[in-house]
Design a protein. Structure first.
Ligand SMILES: *[C@@H]1O[C@H](CO)[C@@H](O)[C@H](O)[C@H]1NC(C)=O
Ligand SMILES: *[C@@H]1O[C@H](CO)[C@@H](O)[C@H](O)[C@H]1NC(C)=O
Length: 194
Protein backbone atom coordinates (compact mmCIF):
# COMPACT_ATOMS: atom_id res chain seq x y z
CA UNK A 1 0.00 0.00 0.00
CA UNK A 2 2.72 2.43 0.99
CA UNK A 3 4.79 1.27 -1.95
CA UNK A 4 1.93 1.97 -4.39
CA UNK A 5 1.45 5.45 -2.98
CA UNK A 6 5.13 6.15 -3.45
CA UNK A 7 4.88 5.09 -7.09
CA UNK A 8 1.97 7.45 -7.70
CA UNK A 9 4.04 10.32 -6.35
CA UNK A 10 6.80 9.32 -8.72
CA UNK A 11 4.45 9.35 -11.68
CA UNK A 12 3.30 12.83 -10.72
CA UNK A 13 6.92 13.98 -10.36
CA UNK A 14 7.76 12.59 -13.76
CA UNK A 15 4.75 14.37 -15.26
CA UNK A 16 5.82 17.69 -13.70
CA UNK A 17 9.41 17.11 -14.81
CA UNK A 18 8.24 16.35 -18.36
CA UNK A 19 6.03 19.39 -18.61
CA UNK A 20 8.86 21.63 -17.33
CA UNK A 21 11.24 20.10 -19.87
CA UNK A 22 8.71 20.60 -22.66
CA UNK A 23 8.20 24.20 -21.56
CA UNK A 24 11.95 24.83 -21.56
CA UNK A 25 12.28 23.19 -24.98
CA UNK A 26 9.52 25.42 -26.26
CA UNK A 27 11.32 28.47 -24.86
CA UNK A 28 14.54 27.36 -26.54
CA UNK A 29 12.71 26.92 -29.83
CA UNK A 30 11.05 30.33 -29.70
CA UNK A 31 12.68 32.83 -32.02
CA UNK A 32 14.22 35.93 -30.53
CA UNK A 33 15.44 38.97 -32.44
CA UNK A 34 17.80 41.50 -30.93
CA UNK A 35 18.72 44.87 -32.44
CA UNK A 36 20.70 47.69 -30.81
CA UNK A 37 18.86 50.49 -32.64
CA UNK A 38 15.33 50.57 -34.08
CA UNK A 39 15.13 54.21 -35.13
CA UNK A 40 17.71 55.62 -37.56
CA UNK A 41 18.24 58.99 -39.25
CA UNK A 42 20.49 59.43 -42.28
CA UNK A 43 21.04 61.94 -45.09
CA UNK A 44 20.55 61.42 -48.82
CA UNK A 45 23.52 59.48 -50.33
CA UNK A 46 24.49 58.05 -46.91
CA UNK A 47 24.59 54.33 -46.10
CA UNK A 48 22.57 52.66 -43.36
CA UNK A 49 23.00 49.39 -41.48
CA UNK A 50 19.97 47.69 -39.96
CA UNK A 51 21.85 45.65 -37.38
CA UNK A 52 20.13 42.59 -35.92
CA UNK A 53 20.99 39.27 -34.33
CA UNK A 54 18.58 36.37 -33.84
CA UNK A 55 18.20 33.05 -32.07
CA UNK A 56 16.35 30.32 -33.87
CA UNK A 57 16.50 26.53 -34.16
CA UNK A 58 17.30 24.90 -37.49
CA UNK A 59 17.93 26.82 -40.70
CA UNK A 60 15.99 30.09 -40.60
CA UNK A 61 14.48 32.01 -43.48
CA UNK A 62 15.08 35.74 -43.18
CA UNK A 63 13.04 38.30 -45.07
CA UNK A 64 13.32 42.08 -45.24
CA UNK A 65 10.33 44.16 -46.30
CA UNK A 66 9.98 47.91 -46.89
CA UNK A 67 6.75 49.73 -46.01
CA UNK A 68 5.83 53.35 -46.65
CA UNK A 69 2.23 54.48 -46.66
CA UNK A 70 0.30 51.90 -48.66
CA UNK A 71 3.43 50.54 -50.37
CA UNK A 72 4.89 47.23 -49.20
CA UNK A 73 7.89 45.92 -51.10
CA UNK A 74 9.98 42.78 -50.59
CA UNK A 75 13.68 43.64 -50.45
CA UNK A 76 15.27 40.25 -50.03
CA UNK A 77 14.75 36.73 -48.73
CA UNK A 78 17.51 34.33 -47.81
CA UNK A 79 18.55 31.25 -45.90
CA UNK A 80 22.13 31.64 -44.65
CA UNK A 81 24.32 29.26 -46.59
CA UNK A 82 21.46 28.04 -48.81
CA UNK A 83 20.28 30.85 -51.09
CA UNK A 84 19.98 34.62 -51.36
CA UNK A 85 17.17 36.28 -53.29
CA UNK A 86 17.35 40.09 -53.56
CA UNK A 87 14.67 42.09 -55.41
CA UNK A 88 16.05 43.58 -58.66
CA UNK A 89 15.38 47.21 -57.61
CA UNK A 90 17.63 46.75 -54.60
CA UNK A 91 20.28 44.36 -55.90
CA UNK A 92 22.94 47.06 -56.38
CA UNK A 93 22.38 48.77 -53.02
CA UNK A 94 21.61 45.97 -50.55
CA UNK A 95 23.97 43.70 -48.62
CA UNK A 96 22.71 40.89 -46.40
CA UNK A 97 24.63 39.43 -43.47
CA UNK A 98 24.67 36.01 -41.77
CA UNK A 99 23.28 37.42 -38.53
CA UNK A 100 20.21 38.80 -40.35
CA UNK A 101 21.48 42.37 -40.70
CA UNK A 102 20.96 44.36 -43.88
CA UNK A 103 22.82 47.40 -45.18
CA UNK A 104 21.40 49.82 -47.74
CA UNK A 105 23.73 52.26 -49.54
CA UNK A 106 23.27 55.51 -51.52
CA UNK A 107 20.06 56.42 -49.69
CA UNK A 108 17.33 58.32 -51.53
CA UNK A 109 14.51 60.38 -50.05
CA UNK A 110 12.02 57.63 -51.02
CA UNK A 111 13.91 55.13 -48.82
CA UNK A 112 12.45 56.76 -45.70
CA UNK A 113 9.84 54.54 -44.02
CA UNK A 114 9.47 51.27 -42.12
CA UNK A 115 11.66 48.22 -42.54
CA UNK A 116 10.55 44.87 -41.18
CA UNK A 117 12.70 41.79 -40.75
CA UNK A 118 10.88 38.45 -40.45
CA UNK A 119 12.67 35.35 -39.17
CA UNK A 120 10.91 32.04 -39.87
CA UNK A 121 12.21 28.75 -38.41
CA UNK A 122 11.96 25.26 -39.86
CA UNK A 123 8.63 24.57 -38.09
CA UNK A 124 7.05 27.59 -39.76
CA UNK A 125 6.71 29.87 -36.74
CA UNK A 126 8.02 33.37 -37.25
CA UNK A 127 8.85 36.63 -35.55
CA UNK A 128 9.11 40.23 -36.80
CA UNK A 129 11.16 43.26 -35.81
CA UNK A 130 10.49 46.73 -37.20
CA UNK A 131 12.80 49.67 -37.90
CA UNK A 132 12.09 53.31 -38.74
CA UNK A 133 14.39 55.09 -41.18
CA UNK A 134 14.29 58.85 -41.67
CA UNK A 135 16.14 60.24 -44.69
CA UNK A 136 17.00 63.96 -44.64
CA UNK A 137 17.76 66.21 -47.58
CA UNK A 138 21.17 67.88 -47.59
CA UNK A 139 19.68 71.14 -48.94
CA UNK A 140 20.45 73.11 -45.78
CA UNK A 141 24.21 72.47 -45.94
CA UNK A 142 24.25 73.32 -49.66
CA UNK A 143 22.53 76.63 -48.96
CA UNK A 144 25.03 77.41 -46.23
CA UNK A 145 27.96 76.82 -48.59
CA UNK A 146 26.24 78.89 -51.25
CA UNK A 147 25.66 81.86 -48.92
CA UNK A 148 29.28 81.75 -47.71
CA UNK A 149 30.46 81.71 -51.33
CA UNK A 150 28.13 84.62 -52.19
CA UNK A 151 29.47 86.72 -49.28
CA UNK A 152 33.07 85.97 -50.32
CA UNK A 153 32.29 86.90 -53.93
CA UNK A 154 30.59 90.16 -52.87
CA UNK A 155 33.61 91.03 -50.74
CA UNK A 156 36.00 90.39 -53.66
CA UNK A 157 33.81 92.47 -55.97
CA UNK A 158 33.83 95.32 -53.42
CA UNK A 159 37.62 95.19 -53.13
CA UNK A 160 37.96 95.19 -56.92
CA UNK A 161 35.67 98.23 -57.25
CA UNK A 162 37.61 100.09 -54.56
CA UNK A 163 40.91 99.28 -56.28
CA UNK A 164 39.56 100.46 -59.65
CA UNK A 165 38.25 103.68 -58.12
CA UNK A 166 41.64 104.37 -56.46
CA UNK A 167 43.48 103.56 -59.70
CA UNK A 168 41.18 105.85 -61.66
CA UNK A 169 41.79 108.67 -59.15
CA UNK A 170 45.57 108.09 -59.25
CA UNK A 171 45.55 108.11 -63.07
CA UNK A 172 43.67 111.41 -63.15
CA UNK A 173 46.14 112.95 -60.67
CA UNK A 174 49.18 111.75 -62.65
CA UNK A 175 47.68 112.97 -65.90
CA UNK A 176 46.92 116.38 -64.39
CA UNK A 177 50.45 116.66 -63.00
CA UNK A 178 51.96 115.64 -66.33
CA UNK A 179 49.80 118.22 -68.14
CA UNK A 180 51.00 120.91 -65.71
CA UNK A 181 54.65 119.91 -66.30
CA UNK A 182 54.25 119.77 -70.09
CA UNK A 183 52.38 123.08 -70.32
CA UNK A 184 55.45 125.42 -70.40
CA UNK A 185 57.40 123.18 -72.81
CA UNK A 186 54.38 123.03 -75.08
CA UNK A 187 54.15 126.78 -74.97
CA UNK A 188 57.83 127.04 -75.83
CA UNK A 189 57.66 124.62 -78.75
CA UNK A 190 54.53 126.29 -80.00
CA UNK A 191 56.15 129.65 -79.73
CA UNK A 192 59.41 128.64 -81.46
CA UNK A 193 58.27 128.95 -85.07
CA UNK A 194 57.04 132.48 -84.42
C1 LIG B 1 25.78 41.58 -37.62
O1 LIG B 1 26.88 41.43 -38.50
C2 LIG B 1 27.39 42.64 -39.05
C3 LIG B 1 28.46 42.29 -40.06
O2 LIG B 1 29.36 41.35 -39.59
C4 LIG B 1 27.89 43.55 -37.94
O3 LIG B 1 28.35 44.77 -38.47
C5 LIG B 1 26.75 43.82 -36.97
O4 LIG B 1 27.22 44.59 -35.88
C6 LIG B 1 26.15 42.51 -36.45
N1 LIG B 1 24.98 42.85 -35.65
C7 LIG B 1 24.85 42.53 -34.35
C8 LIG B 1 23.62 42.98 -33.65
O5 LIG B 1 25.70 41.88 -33.78
C1 LIG C 1 13.31 34.79 -55.77
O1 LIG C 1 12.32 35.80 -55.96
C2 LIG C 1 11.57 35.70 -57.14
C3 LIG C 1 10.65 36.91 -57.22
O2 LIG C 1 10.19 37.33 -56.00
C4 LIG C 1 10.82 34.38 -57.13
O3 LIG C 1 10.11 34.24 -58.33
C5 LIG C 1 11.82 33.23 -56.98
O4 LIG C 1 11.12 32.01 -56.89
C6 LIG C 1 12.66 33.43 -55.74
N1 LIG C 1 13.68 32.38 -55.65
C7 LIG C 1 13.89 31.66 -54.56
C8 LIG C 1 15.00 30.67 -54.62
O5 LIG C 1 13.21 31.81 -53.56
Amino acid sequence: MLMWHFRLCNVQDVAVFLSITLYLCHLAEAISIYSPQRSLTRSVQDDVMFSVEFNCSGIPTIQWTFMSGAVSRAIGTWQPGVYINITVDYSSRVRLYENGSMSLSHLRLQDGGFYVVTVTDSTGSSKDAGFVLKVNEVLYEDLQYLSVAAVALAFCAGLLMLAMWLLHKACRKIRARRRKKQMPENDATELQPL
